[in-house]
Design a protein around this ligand. Structure first.
Ligand SMILES: [Zn+2]
Length: 87
């Protein structure tokens, strides 16, 4: 789990996501299934906790608080959906 303070937090992860292009499936608004590089699937949750954007990924890196590319891919999808809902 890590706190998304700004885009810079996940900049490297975004670059990796662009290279790997993982598949993101929407389970519900705020919960996404993201394919890993070995064909496995991780669950990423995006939510607000005490006014902070918290991102949770079920992969090893995510559990140690490292922004991973699964999280970056899910965050991109989440922002897209949030904007779609808002408009
Ligand atoms: Zn991950």
């Amino acid at each position: 789990m890590f706190i998304l303070k700004s885009q810079a937090t996940i900049e490297k992860a975004i670059e990796r996501a662009k290279a790997v292009r993982p598949r993101v499936r929407v389970r519900t608004f705020g919960e996404y299934a993201v394919s890993g590089s070995a064909g496995n699937t991780y669950t990423v949750k995006c939510e607000r906790r005490d006014g902070q954007k918290v991102v949770d990924c079920s992969c090893v890196a995510g559990q140690f608080g490292t922004p991973c590319f699964h999280a970056a891919a899910a965050v991109a999808q989440h922002i897209y959906m949030a904007q779609t809902i808002a408009h």
